[in-house]
Write a protein of this length. Structure first.
Length: 317
């Protein structure tokens, strides 16, 4: 009855580079749910791509029909596997609209079905599947060169991180910061290194926008010294430096909101988060921004407006 067992699929989740020939039994990873209505329509990669194309069709009736089909398809194991293959495919031939749409749809599937909260609902992601998805989607996010694809994949990483870090995804932040360094963002970096650094920074930006209290206490001692080192790297351009400071500011704003109820933990976290270094950097930026030069004006506009210590002044009282 479950036809997918006998259908050879090209994707193997244990292969770092993504697509290859050969078969992994898809039912080991994605559970067969709601297949009755969609298995005949979504039994091949090309049919999955057709549905993705129709989701952005200029014809409103075609687009609405595709959206209706997606409601059923998003819990279909075969369709999810096809979408994930497209998401993780290498960009050597260029990123097309189908791959961008696949990333958006996969983000929606993860948002809706990563947590199996209701026992009456179908299980879409098994624990084994989640292990493979976490590893491969992070790899795809770091390697993404296309801006829109990078953002969609960063949203997926951010959503999973909010749920699974640190217990089920302890390697997330070490992996991001291996790619994100001052040298990788500097003017002398290779295109590949810079791409990985920018992608990792985008993931951190998304994560910093929605951080739980416990996550702040755990991640800041690890992240803030590394972010400071990047911000202090002379060869890092102003746009990247601004994004680094923005992430730090988001962490500090979150921590500031906990001062009244968790003052002891907040102070302990700040001590471990390179606070003296950030204060020194703050003073240098402000002093430099007052010097009468065009470059100083740009620094003022790029950094001072999002400076971490503008956000939570109570930390300095």
């Amino acid at each position: 009855m479950w036809l997918l067992v006998s259908i050879g699929l090209p994707y193997r989740f244990d292969r770092p580079q993504g697509l290859r020939s050969g078969l992994g039994t898809i039912c080991d990873w994605f559970h067969p749910v709601s297949w009755v209505r969609s298995i005949l329509d979504l039994s091949t990669m090309e049919q999955a791509k057709q549905l993705l194309r129709r989701l952005s069709d200029d014809d409103n009736s075609v687009r609405k029909a595709a959206e209706t089909a997606l409601e059923t398809a998003e819990t279909n194991g075969h369709f999810i596997s096809s979408v994930f293959q497209i998401v993780c495919a290498r960009e050597s031939a260029g990123v097309g609209d189908v791959q961008r749409m696949a990333a958006v749809i996969f983000s929606r599937i993860v948002r809706r079905h990563w947590i199996h909260a209701n026992p009456d609902d179908p299980v879409v992601f098994s624990d084994t599947t989640k292990d493979r998805v976490r590893a491969d989607v992070l790899r795809a996010a770091i390697n993404a060169a296309d801006g829109k694809l990078r953002t969609s994949l960063a949203v997926v990483v951010g959503h999973i991180a909010h749920i699974d870090w640190p217990d089920r995804w302890p390697e997330l932040f070490p992996t991001l910061f291996r790619a994100l360094t001052g040298d990788a963002l500097g003017s002398g970096a290779t295109a590949t290194a810079r791409q990985g650094a920018l992608s990792s920074l985008r993931c951190l930006t998304i994560i910093s926008e929605d951080v739980s209290d416990d996550t702040l206490f755990r991640i800041m001692p690890f992240a803030m010294p590394r972010l400071l080192a990047i911000a202090q790297t002379a060869s890092v351009g102003l746009p990247a430096r601004k994004d680094v400071i923005r992430v730090s500011a988001a962490f500090l704003r979150g921590l500031a909101s906990l001062v009244r109820h968790e003052s002891a933990r907040v102070l302990e976290t700040l001590k471990a988060s390179a606070l003296p270094g950030w204060l020194s950097f703050s003073l240098r930026v402000r002093t430099y921004a007052r010097t009468p030069s065009v470059l100083a004006t740009k620094v003022n506009q790029s950094c001072q407006s999002v400076h971490p210590f503008d956000a939570p002044p109570c930390l300095l009282d």
